[in-house]
Design a protein around this ligand. Structure first.
Ligand code: ZN
Length: 415
């Protein structure tokens, strides 16, 4: 079936067809540490203690291991129904902070992984300059993330030469705490008008407090007042917001990237989805730390978080649709083109397994709710990206070869 303004309709084929989903936020290397940060290291473990574990892990990667881990991840995304990934990439240099002989070596590893597996990639090289709002230099473990403005703009220029329908080059600002205001303005001034721009914005209460203390405003409030935020912007983890900030984001037409499984795993907090929908805001989802690689689980927990917090059911609905599943799926489809910067993403197709027991007696009215809210079996049967079949009968065409290379990389990373 295909999306139409009046709802979902069966097509003439032998399955149930839905558009491919864009994953708006990914750090590929973190796939290798999924499940390895679930032991208490401190009685008050939080995002900040998790980050120390993540930094230790990040220090072990080189272009070969990044290529292998990203390929495994992108294969898993395709098998789950993601057909485009926005890669928020800050692992730029060698562990001691020196650029590789090819300063784009790590970016090229991600591009190669996407090309190998057949997923569309929006690569978002990350500008990461300081270790806090006070402008302190990057810590030892953050050195491989860092650039000056000139080197960063040169990296973007180099990579843009490789753009095609399968690859878009955007720009990411790590966060307001990592990018001084002057540098932000300098980089934004160099970007093409249609470039997607992504930023981690308000994930942690601590960064909200620091932003108020040092810039005199909350992060979203400051960004809206100091940058021309528009539909090309994606605000990742817009978790901690006031009502005025919710309305400001909606009025700007920026997309919010919500990563419910990661935000739950890290204990970040809950995005105010109902208020955002009421304000007319745009949003999508991302797998972020890769503790889950499933758009279904992200959408499900986006809704479930609201239910747990409000003691009500069926929160994510709109005036023109009382189906939670349709509202959720329509949201991710509506934001996909501008958030990825790729007009071609709407042409990708995922075919669901019409023979699955979850779909017995299916009607167009309940198809999407059943897909999202019924059971845990992956119902994705076939996936086509840019007209090419990359997943058939639930299996990626290169599953064995990619997994073998991933196992070798994991042995090196965990040695
Ligand atoms: Zn992130």
């Amino acid at each position: 079936m295909l999306w139409t303004p009046s709802g979902w309709q069966p097509d003439a084929g032998d399955g149930w067809r839905v558009p491919g989903i864009a994953n708006l936020h990914s750090h590929a290397f973190q796939r290798a540490m999924a499940g390895l940060a679930e032991r208490q290291t401190h009685p008050e473990d939080s995002f900040w203690t998790w980050r120390e574990t993540m930094y230790r892990f990040a220090a072990r990667f080189d272009p070969d291991t990044l290529h292998a881990v990203a390929a495994q991840l992108y294969l898993e995304m395709l098998e789950a129904g993601y057909t485009t990934v926005c890669e928020f990439h800050y692992l730029h240099h060698a562990p001691d902070g020196r650029p590789y002989a090819d300063p784009a070596a790590m970016s090229r590893a991600l591009i190669a992984a996407a090309r190998d597996t057949g997923i569309r990639l929006t690569l978002l090289p990350v500008l990461y300059m300081s270790g806090g709002f006070d402008g302190r230099p990057l810590g030892e473990r953050q050195r491989r993330f860092g650039h000056g403005v000139g080197a960063f703009v040169a990296l973007l220029d180099t990579l843009r030469g490789e753009e095609c329908d399968m690859l878009r080059i955007g720009c990411a600002l790590h966060s307001l705490r990592a990018v001084p205001a002057d540098a932000m303005h300098d980089v934004l001034a160099t970007l093409p008008a249609s470039s997607p721009i992504h930023i981690h914005i308000a994930e942690q209460l601590g960064e909200v407090q620091d932003c108020i203390a040092l810039r005199g405003a909350r992060p979203v409030e400051w960004l809206l007042a100091n940058a021309a935020v528009d539909r090309h912007w994606t605000l990742v983890h817009a978790t901690h917001l006031t009502g005025a900030e919710v309305q400001g984001i909606a009025d700007s037409a920026a997309t919010v990237a919500i990563c419910p499984t990661t935000e739950a795993n890290l204990g970040d907090g809950l995005f105010p989805l109902r208020s955002h929908l009421d304000a007319g805001g745009r949003w999508g989802v991302g797998s972020d730390s890769q503790i889950s690689v499933s758009p279904i689980e992200e959408l499900r927990w986006l809704e479930y978080g609201q239910r747990l917090a409000t003691h009500h059911r069926n929160i994510a609905v709109r005036a023109d649709s009382h189906s939670v599943g349709e509202t959720l799926l329509r949201g991710v489809l509506d934001s996909a083109m501008t958030a990825t910067g790729n007009d071609a993403v709407g042409s990708d197709r995922v075919t669901l397994d019409a023979d699955a027991a979850q779909f017995a007696g299916l009607t167009a009215n309940d198809a999407i709710d059943r897909w999202i809210f019924s059971g845990n079996r992956n119902l994705v049967r076939d996936v086509e990206v840019a007209g090419e079949r990359v997943v058939s009968d639930g299996r990626h065409r290169d599953r064995e070869a990619v997994a073998a290379r991933y196992r070798t990389a994991m042995q090196r990373l965990l040695a």
